[in-house]
Design a protein around this ligand. Structure first.
Ligand code: ZN
Ligand code: ZN
Length: 286
């Protein structure tokens, strides 16, 4: 299972010499089931999706885009994703509906004037939209399990598995808000069943503890809370993600050097950087 990271941020950061190592684009991660796969799974459609579309292998004809939720930083790249405008592409978009509107209705609010010039129904690709709140589905190369998790508005986490490994993706997640009552029962913790025992956990780590104290209820985690969640879930490798746009490269280096300097964690840690590519099984055994 090969992973390529195209966007790491919680909101777009100005590209510049102080954001080169971690990147400036918003959430977007590409998964390739194995070397022969001619389909791709894409986790979230942040601004990193534009470059993913440009650099996609010419063999690929199907893409499944799994949206965790519809906050702007997770859908902003959709309108700039070149396969949507090609009739030879099959594109499936999966994501949560709400109590009052399905995914199609919710996405149409962005993909229509005045917010965007092209409407969903005008896209040239073979487009399929699927509501996905909780459950298990099969997409080419992966079994996908979803669960609703703690974040403002309908939001899901994803667990993807195949014979080559397992990966959990919880880019926007505030388990501290939902889990304090269930400290003795981890199975009740938001996101636990998605993350339990995975090879690689990609998880929200937007804030320092001091920043979190000023932003309780905004839907994100501090790095120390993310380390605690990874410990609870017994993951093999943690990848802190959804970096704050106000944190430049040096700030993030200090942030993560502090975490990795502590030898006590039972998992390895490596923060997400835009442009990085890795194999899930290899990362889990580092
Ligand atoms: Zn976000
Ligand atoms: Zn969000």
């Amino acid at each position: 299972m090969k992973v390529t990271v195209w966007g790491t941020r919680g909101s777009q950061a100005s590209p510049g010499p102080d954001t080169i190592r971690y990147g400036g684009n918003t959430s977007c991660v590409e998964l390739q089931a194995d070397a022969e796969a001619d389909a791709r799974v894409v986790l979230d459609a942040g601004t990193g999706l534009r470059r993913l579309g440009v650099e996609l292998s010419p063999d690929v004809r199907r893409v499944d885009v799994l949206l965790t939720h519809l906050h702007m930083d997770h859908i902003q790249g959709l309108g700039f994703f070149s396969p949507l405008f090609r009739p030879d592409f099959e594109v499936h978009i999966w994501g949560p509906g709400s109590a009052t509107a399905d995914l199609h209705t919710r996405l149409t609010r962005y993909m229509s004037p005045p917010l965007f010039p092209v409407r969903l129904q005008e896209l040239a690709c073979d487009l399929h939209l699927h509501d996905l709140n909780e459950g298990c589905v099969e997409v080419p190369g992966f079994t996908v399990r979803t669960a609703l998790v703690c974040h403002p508005g309908p939001t899901v986490g994803y667990r993807l598995e195949n014979e080559h490994g397992s990966l959990a993706y919880l880019p926007d997640h505030e388990p501290r808000l939902a889990c304090s009552r269930f400290a003795d029962s981890p199975e009740w913790c938001s996101g636990f069943e998605i993350a339990a025992g995975v090879d690689v956990l990609i998880h929200d780590a937007q804030y320092s503890d001091a920043e979190y104290d000023q932003r309780v209820g905004w839907g994100h985690s501090s790095l120390s809370q993310t380390l605690a969640f990874a410990r609870l879930a017994n993951v093999k490798h943690l990848m802190p993600f959804h970096h704050d746009p106000a944190h430049d490269d040096d700030t993030l280096d200090d942030f993560f050097d502090g975490a990795t300097a502590r030898p006590v964690e039972p998992f390895t840690i490596g923060a997400a950087r835009e442009g990085m590519t890795f194999d899930v099984a290899a990362r889990a055994t580092v």
